[in-house]
Ligand binder design. Sequence first.
Ligand code: FAD
Length: 328
Amino acid sequence: MSGQVTDLARRTALLVIGAGLAGLCAATELQRAGLQVLVIDKGRGVGGRLASRRIGSATFDHGAQFITARTDRFCAAVQGWSAQGLVREWFKGAGDRHARWRGEPAMTAVPKLLARDLDVLLDKKVSGLRQNESGWMATLESGESIQAGAVLLTAPVPQSLALLDAGGFVMPPAVRAQLEGIEYERCIAVMATLSGHSKLPPPGGLAPSEGPIGWLADNQLKGISALPALTIHATPAYSLEHWDVDRPATARELLDAAGPWLGASVTGFQVHAWRYARPAKVEPQPCLALADDHPLLLAGDAFGGQRVEGAALSGWAAAEALLAAAAR
Ligand SMILES: Cc1cc2nc3c(=O)[nH]c(=O)nc-3n(C[C@H](O)[C@H](O)[C@H](O)COP(=O)(O)OP(=O)(O)OC[C@H]3O[C@@H](n4cnc5c(N)ncnc54)[C@H](O)[C@@H]3O)c2cc1C
């Protein structure tokens, strides 16, 4: 990090790092309350782990597979998204009977809608965050910088910590130990196009009870792909063990393991490796304040719960904390 302010410097009252659901839910609330908010993400699109991809005319959800809603606030949000045609019930869980919602046309529908009315900078990776007299200076990999009065960090915690370390931020040892203790499961995801229909039974999602595959989904049966398209998620244990193994070889091994459900030949595949797929455990507080005068907060699914719902709840909690700080 150079620490230099370039002529591309921007100013904002609040900078939200991460345009996943936590960041977008927080930014929406804060902007609605009248704050000037800028959201920044290193990805080319919004949504973070709510991710979909096209291979030719086939569509894949390769991150989160479905949304569940358990709390009143999130249930109300999902009902609202359903009324707007952004989510649709895919199936009900056999055990808990909770609806599994899919995105319409795919998982990025909700984040795209939330981002529509926000100021979002994409394809910009923050490389460091430094405290100064007027708040926080975020330095971007591109050489630009952003001065903010307050910052909300919603990247997976190890990535947020790296930004703070790069800016020389010092936190109490107990807080640092807590944050360093937050670990994430990994997930190697394979997206395969098929020459015909798969053998997966309706509704097209299945969690095998053994073997290297944790989840399989037929995106055509799911209703999001025009062509046969299979998403395979390796288990956390297999993903960890094979993290440094040649990815195409790993994908072929997973496709072999998926053999009983393929029903057609594989015409092509791509791999995406999620280093931070899901937090291994969830912190007791819904968000964490690291500085008060010029607020610095951490949020995301590591705080709110290992699901899409948890990310939203954490984002909303962070927004409330930031509004309370602004009112002081
Ligand atoms: C394979 C997989 C399957 C899953 N299945 C389900 C499921 O079926 N149901 C469910 O409820 N949940 C599921 N989840 C979990 C769910 O996707 C997450 O809990 C939720 O999406 C997390 O949202 P978030 O906003 O906290 O983080 P993220 O979505 O990760 O958002 C963080 C954002 O920060 C950005 N970022 C990181 N570092 C920087 C930087 N330096 N500069 C700028 N931007 C940065 C990232 O690009 C990202 O967009 C799954 C996750 C994975 C990976």
